[in-house]
Design a protein around this ligand. Structure first.
Ligand code: NDP
Length: 337
């Protein structure tokens, strides 16, 4: 028996999350077992743990889209599984798993134990603690993927402002810390007046009220942003595109305002703006390893610690409700053991 947060969706009532004593058969398939030390609460975990539809694709599943822990056993790859296995994984390795459907269609990381495919594992980078890797988690990994996409088109030496929306959240906070450390001039967009000092402490040079971006706007507006990381979607993303400089780039990674995109083609055909999509879940392994390598190199761990709150496993369901209300700042690490 081990403790895990399981989301159940009975056919006759709404889905609910409970901290339970689970058994081996809740772990699913995989060739590697992990003693999980830390997980985290992302927006997606908020959706899953509050019983809202769209994330958990099973009637009953262990939640948690992130885990960090130690390999406790390694077996042959499961027959018929797409995994190729990894002969280099061994008992005692400290590893990270983000995405690959854990906490969505495969049992997840809010659990003292996990069973996954070995080719999903990322070695814990030197210099980053297990707790810090969980603090980075899917949100920080997604922020890094967004920065890598922007870097292909814009260097800090090119100048110009980079806008980060959803700034006080997990993706936004880590995106600000990364971009500012790399030398970009960052503007943060937030709905929380009380967090302006926090956002400046992460490296934002300027802060704008998200209300200036969240209502319907004109297809083309005054050019302001050389690039943007948008975790908000909807009218905010449409306005960001309309305000992006000629030749600028916008990385879209989230939908905190909405999944719609009420925009026109004008920024693309008249200003050569690029809109690039970011997906962390099925990110190919070479890019995954590159992003974690860059996080180890470029993320200020002091700033990471300053934006991280740590909670126990039995507090995770409560924090899920708060993240859905936009009431959580930065990142929340879950101590699983
Ligand atoms: P958080 O809840 O930590 O951050 C979201 C932030 O968005 C909030 O802190 C808030 O920032 C802002 N926000 C919330 N509601 C609204 C609203 N109605 N209108 C405008 N802004 C709003 O979530 P995460 O950082 O974990 O995730 C952010 C988004 O990115 C989510 O949609 C998530 O699903 C997505 N995501 C996508 C991934 C991918 O692979 N593409 C991976 C990870 C996350 P403030 O208070 O500062 O305004």
């Amino acid at each position: 028996m081990f403790r895990a947060i399981v989301v159940s969706r009975p056919s006759d009532s709404a889905a609910h999350a409970d901290l339970v004593d689970a058994t081996d058969d809740a772990l699913g398939e995989g060739d590697v077992e992990i003693d999980v030390e830390y997980s985290s609460i992302n927006y997606k975990d908020g959706i899953a743990l509050t019983g809202a539809p769209g994330v958990i694709k099973a009637q009953s599943l262990i939640a948690g889209i992130d885990l960090v822990g130690t390999v406790s056993s390694v077996s042959e790859p499961v027959e018929g599984s797409p995994t190729t296995g990894s002969p280099t994984v061994k008992v005692g390795d400290r590893v990270i798993v983000n995405g690959h459907g854990i906490g969505e269609n495969h049992p997840g990381g809010l659990s003292e134990r996990a069973r996954v495919n070995s080719d999903w594992l990322v070695p814990l980078p030197a210099g980053i603690s297990a707790s810090q890797a969980a603090a980075i988690g899917t949100a920080g990994f997604t922020a890094m993927l967004s920065v890598l996409a922007i870097e292909k088109q814009l260097s800090p030496a090119d100048g110009g402002e980079v806008l980060v929306t959803g700034a006080s959240g997990g993706v936004g906070s880590i995106a600000i810390a990364l971009l500012s450390k790399l030398g970009y001039r960052v503007t943060a967009s937030t709905g929380r007046a009380a967090e302006h000092d926090y956002l400046r402490s992460l490296g934002a040079s300027d802060v704008v009220d998200r209300a200036t971006l969240s209502e319907p706007g004109k297809p083309l507006q005054t050019q302001r942003w050389a690039a943007a990381v948008d975790s908000v979607g909807s009218h905010t993303l449409a306005n960001v595109l309309a305000q992006t400089n000629y030749g600028g780039i916008v990385a879209t990674c989230g939908l905190a305002q909405g999944a719609d995109l009420p925009a026109t083609v004008m920024p693309f055909i008249l200003r050569a703006v690029t809109l690039t999509g970011i997906n962390s879940v099925y990110c190919p392994r070479p890019l995954r390893l590159e992003a974690w390598g860059r996080l180890a190199r470029d993320l200020d761990l002091g700033l990471l610690d300053s934006l991280t709150t740590s909670i126990a496993l039995d507090e995770a369901i409560g924090v899920a409700g708060r993240i859905m209300r936009g009431d959580v700042r930065g990142r929340t690490v879950v101590r699983v053991q």
